[in-house]
Write a protein that binds this ligand. Structure first.
Ligand code: KG4
Ligand code: ZN
Length: 337
């Protein structure tokens, strides 16, 4: 009998539903919320309302695309946290209702663990290279920046963490200063391709060990622009590409530098990146260069599995299902997991 997991992700501003069967993704639908763009960040109240509107049609579409019906589902996996409480509540309540109606188990999933497990999503008619253990993964998203050692699909150890902002926040906040809409990461990525990475120099933080800090970079970027704008009000407009390239280069060097140290310290050369920022083309390129130089066995997820998606929740749910790790219906969402 195949194991079919219906997976729900609603931790932030995207409503996503996926169907995973025996580790293979059959469908993975994402409804993006454009309502937040002009606010420079996600507005929690608007996000939960949009989740409420989207969750039923997105689930119907996910089942349809997979060619399955509600009663083909063996378990419902959902994001318990971390994330926005109101958003998580919509996904959690829906998952409970679905599980109750179909009389199948409920499986809570940690969103961060799921980002890392995205490396194990299988696709039909693909090569499906998956990491072996121990696996060293850089998790870079809008809310987190961590270096993780994975010893099995469900055993993870955090060996590096940000002491303030996440890398994604550095992209988004610096982008906001330049007048970009939210999320600014993909916009900076695109503009950076036309710019010079050495045009401007931004100080890199000196943080001991494998930890990160990005709040200083954000502040120095802000002050730098404030000074230049005094001399020339069109400074940003005239230097957009160079600003993006230099800023992105600084963030990437911090991230890649720590991964090099982490690999040296742990002796692990099975290496990966995960989370929304791992969609960044500059980071992908730099990691590939290092991998070649240092003989790493490098894993970079498909673009659609890097930013928030339910397929990663489904694959985590699948491994928890195999271990019989189910949740009770008393389970409540957690803003911090
Ligand atoms: O993992 P994710 O989708 O959501 C969280 O769990 O936070 O990550 C979202 C973050 C945002 O900060 C966004 O700006 C960033 O990922 N991001 C990127 C790119 N695509 C998304 N940052 C840099 N370059 C990109 N191409
Ligand atoms: Zn995420």
């Amino acid at each position: 009998m195949p194991v079919t997991i219906l997976a729900i992700e609603s931790s932030c501003d995207d409503t996503s539903v996926a169907i995973i069967r025996d580790g293979y993704v059959l469908s993975n639908l994402i409804a993006n919320q454009d309502v937040h763009m002009s606010y420079g960040g996600v507005v929690p109240e608007l996000a939960s309302r949009a989740h409420q509107a989207n969750i039923v049609p997105v689930t119907q579409q996910a089942l349809l695309k997979a060619g399955l019906q509600a009663n083909d589902v063996n378990a419902v996996a959902f994001t318990r946290g971390p994330g926005l409480l109101g958003s998580l509540l919509v996904g959690t309540s829906f998952a409970k209702g679905f599980a109750l109606a179909q009389n199948v188990p409920l499986i809570e999933v940690n969103h961060l663990q799921a980002h890392v497990l995205a490396h194990f999503i299988l696709e039909k008619d693909k090569e499906n290279r998956v990491p072996s253990f121990p696996f060293l993964c850089l998790l870079v998203s809008g809310g987190h920046t961590r270096i993780i050692i994975m010893r099995s699909q469900l055993e993870m150890e955090v060996i590096g963490n940000t002491i303030d902002d996440a890398a994604g926040e550095a992209f988004d906040k610096c982008g906001k200063v330049m007048g970009f809409t939210y999320p600014a990461g993909p916009i900076i990525d695109k503009l950076a391709k036309e710019g010079n990475i050495h045009a401007f120099k931004f100080a890199k933080p000196r943080i001991k060990g494998l930890d990160f800090s990005f709040s200083g970079l954000k502040t120095s970027f802000l002050y730098f622009l404030r000074d230049r704008l005094k001399e020339d009000p069109d400074f940003i407009e005239k230097n957009k590409a160079d600003l993006c390239a230099s800023l992105q280069y600084t963030i990437i060097s911090i991230l890649v530098g720590k991964m090099v140290n982490a690999s040296q310290q742990t002796g692990i050369s099975e290496i990966g990146i995960a989370g929304g920022v791992s969609a960044n083309s500059g980071l992908r390129e730099e990691m590939k260069k290092e991998a070649e130089k240092r003989k790493w066995n490098l894993f970079i997820p498909e673009f659609r599995f890097t930013t928030d998606n339910a397929a990663m929740i489904g694959i985590t749910g699948y491994y928890k299902y195999l271990r019989g790790e189910f949740s009770s219906h008393d389970v409540t969402p957690l803003a911090r997991y």
